[in-house]
Design a protein around this ligand. Structure first.
Ligand code: SF4
Ligand code: SF4
Ligand code: SF4
Length: 255
C-alpha cells in the first residue's frame, strides 16, 4: 500500500445514534494532528460546503436502512479508494439490526410516530451487505484509540493490523475474574478484541459489540451460554450484535 499524498477524506453517517462520530471528535488534539495534511471534502456533522467526492478515504458510520441511504452508499463506493466502516452499526448492523422482522418493525414505527408517518426503513444490515468494505473499526461505540490506530496506519500507507484474538485475551491481561468460569454469561470468547475488555473490567459481561472474532467457536459458545442462561436468553444475547453473521443465521435459521 502506498502512502496517500494529500488525501481527500469524506466522513458520512447513515441511520445510527452518531455516538461513534462523537468518539472521533473526542480525539481532540490528536484528531487535529492526524488530519493535518488531509483535505476533508465532506463531513456533514462538522462543516458546510461539502463536495460529492472523489475520496481517497471515506469513513462511514451507521447502517443504510432506506433505499436513499443504500443508493448513496453505492455512489460513495464508486468514488472512493478506501472505505472504513465506523462502529458496530456499520460493521455488523449493530443495534438497529436487532429488529429484523418486518412486522415488529412496523409495530415499533406505529408506537413511535403519528399515524400519517409513512415508514421507509428496510432491514438494517452492515455496509458490507451492499458494497465492499476495506477496513472496519468495531465497537458500540468505537474506542477512539482504535480510530487513531486505524487512521494513522492508513494515512502512512499501511494496512491496519487486524485484531484476530478474542476479548478473553485482553481480559486475562487485565487480571479479571472470569465470569463464564463462575457460571455467568459472557461473549468474550467469540468476540473480537480491541476494547481492552472494557465491560468486564467495569463489572459487566461482554455483549459482543466488536462482532465475531476470526475462527470463533460459535457452536461451543451457544452450548455454554444455553447451559448458563437458557436458550431464549442465549439467542437474545448473541442476536444483539451478531444477528447478521453467517454463524448466527445458520444456528437460529430465521434471519
Ligand atoms: S455503533 Fe453504537 S455508538 Fe456507534 S453509531 Fe451505532 S449505536 Fe451509536
Ligand atoms: S470474563 Fe468473559 S472475556 Fe473475560 S476471560 Fe471470562 S469469558 Fe473471557
Ligand atoms: S467487552 Fe465486549 S461488549 Fe464490552 S466493549 Fe468490549 S467487545 Fe464490546
Amino acid at each position: 500500500m502506498k502512502p496517500i499524498g494529500k488525501p481527500k477524506m469524506g466522513i458520512f453517517d447513515f441511520t445510527d445514534c452518531e455516538g461513534c462520530e462523537v468518539e472521533l471528535i473526542n480525539l481532540k488534539d490528536q484528531l487535529v494532528d492526524l488530519l493535518e495534511g488531509v483535505e476533508i471534502v465532506n463531513w456533514r456533522l462538522a462543516k458546510e460546503g461539502n463536495k460529492p467526492g472523489p475520496f481517497d478515504v471515506a469513513i462511514i458510520e451507521g447502517t443504510p436502512v432506506t433505499p436513499h441511504e443504500q443508493d448513496l452508499l453505492r455512489e460513495i463506493r464508486e468514488k472512493t479508494r478506501i472505505i472504513v466502516a465506523l462502529g458496530a452499526c456499520a460493521c455488523t448492523g449493530g443495534i438497529p439490526a436487532i429488529i429484523d422482522d418486518e412486522r415488529d418493525r412496523l409495530s415499533f414505527y406505529k408506537s413511535a410516530y403519528p399515524p400519517e408517518y409513512k415508514p421507509r426503513g428496510t432491514e438494517a444490515k452492515p455496509l458490507s451487505a451492499y458494497v465492499e468494505v476495506d477496513y472496519m473499526i468495531n465497537g458500540c461505540p468505537v474506542d477512539k484509540r482504535e480510530i487513531a490506530r486505524t487512521l494513522s496506519s492508513l494515512l502512512r500507507g499501511c494496512a491496519p493490523e487486524e485484531r484476530d484474538y478474542p476479548v478473553c485475551m485482553e481480559c486475562k491481561i487485565n487480571d479479571n475474574r472470569c465470569r463464564l468460569v463462575n457460571g455467568e454469561p459472557c461473549l468474550g470468547p467469540i468476540t473480537m478484541g480491541g476494547c481492552r475488555a472494557f465491560c468486564i473490567t467495569h463489572g459487566k459481561h461482554c455483549y459482543g459489540c466488536y462482532g465475531l472474532v476470526k475462527d470463533a467457536n460459535f457452536d461451543r459458545m451457544v452450548t455454554a451460554l444455553e447451559e448458563i442462561a437458557g436458550r431464549g436468553d442465549a439467542e437474545r444475547m448473541l442476536g444483539m450484535f451478531m444477528s447478521e453473521s453467517e454463524e448466527y443465521k445458520r444456528r437460529y435459521g430465521r434471519r
